[in-house]
Design a binder for this molecule. Structure first.
Ligand code: FAD
Length: 720
């Protein structure tokens, strides 16, 4: 077998959505030779599907807006579980990131006096979402791609090679982040920039030193040496060596049956981080968007943008009642209209009226819809009615919501200018992700590893506000690129981490395993596959019957949907963990036919490892968190508990022995500083560690009324 081709770069960015592209632009502009790898075609990422807009407190439509108000809304939306430093940086820097996009050529919709228009969205006090109709993500990606082309043209002029310092590897899947083991301490913050100024950082980028780990020691998981992957079309393997790797792989939605996510979102970056020694935080918090299509079955889950409600659409049950007025929780009572008349007046006069409850944060609306359907007041196909047709002129609907108009016309034969849509909750976004340092986006515990965008955790707490993802990925994509470049360029040439031949062999063997005996794999492949796959819960093919990856995927999706979905119960989640252990065991025997040239069955067999790992993270953390908060709703623990606000659940890979063991055997015990949770146990690949986040800075707390803080924080915390 041929050795995989090797190339050396300074920074490798995995993912070409908004976070990945913004990171790549920054890294390249800081002088780092940067490679971008993406699983799908360049330009096809979730970001391109984003509809509603980018949240940024530019104050163009209501001058009352500013970063402090945005910070407050974000913390409220996340029920105060957010990494407050990330929420602060995000609110402060989002306007600059939008203006920057405009200077790079983005054509946003305008206000009557020519400024960037901003629209209303759930949980945002003021109209805040900069948008381009309901196709904002498309414009965002187009602009970032255009910027990349401009940088490549610059390189052509200087070096005669467009790809000298910025290259895109499209339709390539990364299956391993490679690391070099290091002595304790090597995973710490990156060193000083080199004397020649390459990778120099603005003073303002070196912020506040909140790199606190809340009593949980950072694992010294070594340092990144590169990535291993395969080309989807040819099946050829490759290695990109680099001292810095940025994960920007997006979400995990394909582990659930009903989802707005497309095929790529199999939690790869989450799993790659775990396997490299990093930890994931807040994985129990999965956002179920309230409005996905429910009919016809082939399109179930496809998103219906929140802009429909932001622009005046209302939710009704089968009795024609605007039921959201019955579902305003106490923490939000003062901020939302009590009557339909007041809610309707707000669209014209937001300064003297309160907003309608259809614009509550997504977790509240999704739960309300779920409850109405359960109570027998749903629409014919198991959703509720979302009506914009009786509220907004047809011409305005077609202009402001063109994608929604076409989506319903073409997929469901429904004219949304004349009749209501049927909608219901759909798995949309994961708040949980790689545990990062807020200022640098550095994944804690692995030197040279960074994460930004949906794959990173913390920023959104227990629930993300609409529009806050696009701004998140621009703010933290830039920071990740900046610090990844700085880290890479600080490593002298002779001291760059080495990719060990044995690691590459192990990665090759792991990737070939689904071919079983059909592939001419060597004995060495098999031996190293066993070692490497153990960490991922895998092993060599046993005597039991082979498994079909598609069938395993369907079972996984059904399990997560039914047992760890929008409303959760303890015994069901325990059941889910048992099933996941069984699926992991069976996934070791997933076999595919054919060869490596574009073979979707093989690709899915490899993705299963990732989906199983992240699903176990979600289920374990959800079982452990005995309260309801944001995107985590437990019927058996319906209250939000103030004590749980100070607990972040970190997921880490159990010891390989536990991960590879058969269901029913015991997992490893969580390590020092850990609160032993439901993490270890029956066939666990994942174990949990409790982490206490640093207290919220007092000047940020001062932005809230004490009464409001009392709903989330204990007396002691407020006093301190
Ligand atoms: P993505 O844009 O998801 O990109 C991930 C990239 O990683 C892709 O290039 C993919 O190919 C690549 N990748 C994944 N795995 C691998 C691998 N193993 N190897 C190599 N490459 C890999 N948010 C808002 O703020 N406003 C909105 O209006 C909005 N609307 C939305 C509408 C829809 C239909 C959806 C699904 C989401 C919406 N969101 C919105 C959420 C937002 O779009 C996403 O959270 C965000 O785009 C994620 O960006 P990202 O850069 O983190 O990842």
């Amino acid at each position: 077998r041929q050795q995989p081709e090797r190339q050396a770069w300074d920074v490798v960015v995995v993912g070409a959505g908004g976070a990945g592209l913004r990171a790549a632009i920054e890294a390249r502009e800081r002088g780092a030779r940067t490679a971008v790898v993406c699983k799908s075609l360049f330009g096809k990422a979730h970001t391109v599907m984003a509809e509603g807009g980018i949240a940024a407190s530019m104050g163009n439509v209501n001058q009352g807006d500013n970063w402090q108000v945005h910070f407050r809304d974000t913390m409220r939306g996340g029920k105060f579980l957010n990494d407050w430093r990330m929420a602060e940086l995000h609110a402060q820097e989002a306007p600059d990131r939008v203006w920057e996009l405009e200077t790079w050529g983005a054509l946003f919709d305008r206000t009557a006096d020519g400024r960037i228009s901003q629209r209303n969205f759930g949980g945002h006090e003021y109209p805040r979402l900069a948008h381009v109709g309901d196709r904002t993500g498309l414009e965002l990606i187009r602009t970032l791609q255009q910027k990349i082309v401009a940088l490549q043209q610059e390189d052509f002029r200087e070096f005669g090679d467009h790809e000298a310092r910025l290259k895109i590897f499209q339709e390539c899947t990364v299956t391993r982040v490679l690391t070099e083991p290091g002595p304790p301490g090597t995973a710490g913050p990156s060193g000083p920039p080199p004397a020649d100024g390459r990778g120099k950082v603005d003073e303002t980028d070196e912020t506040d030193g909140t790199d606190e780990t809340g009593g949980v020691e950072e694992p010294s998981g070594g340092r990144v040496s590169g990535v291993f992957g395969y080309e989807r079309e040819s099946g050829r393997f490759f290695v990109l060596q680099a001292p810095s790797v940025v994960l920007a792989t997006g979400g995990i939605g394909k582990s659930f049956k009903v989802t707005s996510n497309s095929w790529e979102y199999t939690g790869d970056g989450h799993a790659l981080a775990l396997l490299a020694g990093a930890r994931l935080t807040n994985m129990e918090f999965v956002q179920f968007h309230p409005t996905g299509m429910v009919w016809p079955p082939s399109v179930k889950g496809i998103l219906v943008t929140e802009s429909v409600r932001g622009d005046g659409g209302v939710l009704r049950n089968s009795d024609g009642k605007r039921f959201m007025f019955d579902y305003v929780p106490d923490v939000f009572k003062e901020k939302y209209a009590q009557t339909e008349e007041e809610g309707d007046r707000w669209y014209e006069d937001p300064d003297h009226n309160r907003r309608p409850p259809e614009l509550l944060p997504r977790d509240e609306v999704a739960r309300a819809i779920n409850a109405e359907v359960k109570a027998g007041r749903g629409s014919p196909h198991g959703g509720v009615f979302l009506d914009v047709s009786t509220r907004v002129p047809a011409e305005t609907i077609r202009r402001r919501l063109p994608s929604m108009y076409h989506q319903f016309k073409e997929l469901a034969d429904v004219d949304i200018t004349a009749e209501p849509m049927e909608v219901g909750p759909t798995c949309h976004y994961v708040m949980g992700g790689v545990w990062v340092d807020p200022d640098t986006a550095r994944a804690r515990g692995v030197g040279g590893l960074y994460a930004a965008g949906e794959v990173a955790g913390g920023m959104h707490g227990s629930n993300r506000l609409g529009g806050n993802s696009l701004s998140d990925l621009l703010v933290f994509g830039r920071r990740a690129g900046l610090h990844a470049a700085r880290h890479a360029l600080a490593v002298p040439d002779g001291e760059r981490p080495e990719v060990a031949g044995a690691d590459v062999e192990a990665a090759v063997a792991e990737a070939l395993r689904p071919f079983g005996t059909a592939t001419p794999a060597t004995a060495a492949d098999t031996a190293s596959a066993t070692a490497s796959a153990a960490a991922a819960g895998g092993g060599v093919t046993g005597p039991a019957a082979p498994e079909n990856p598609y069938a395993l995927h369907q079972e996984l999706q059904q399990t997560m949907n039914d047992l760890v979905g929008i409303i959760r119960r303890g015994p069901e989640m325990t059941d889910a963990l048992g099933r996941l252990a069984g699926l992991r065991e069976r996934a070791r025997r997933a076999l595919v036919e054919g060869h490596r040239q574009f073979n979707p069955g093989w690709h899915l067999a490899l993705d299963l490892r990732n989906m199983l790992l992240v699903s176990e993270c979600v289920a374990r953390a959800a079982l452990e968190r005995e309260e309801s908060r944001g995107g985590h709703t437990r019927e058996d623990r319906p209250r939000m508990e103030r004590d749980w606000r100070r607990v972040n659940l970190l997921c880490r890979l159990a010891t390989p022995a536990a991960a590879g063991s058969a269901p029913g055997t015991s997992g490893a015990t969580p390590g020092a500083g850990a609160g032993a949770g439901a993490g270890a146990g029956a066939g666990a690949a994942i174990e949990l560690v409790r982490h206490t986040p640093p207290p919220i800075r007092s000047d940020l707390l001062a932005l809230f009324e004490k009464d409001e803080l009392g709903k989330y924080l204990s007396e002691e915390e407020i006093f301190q």
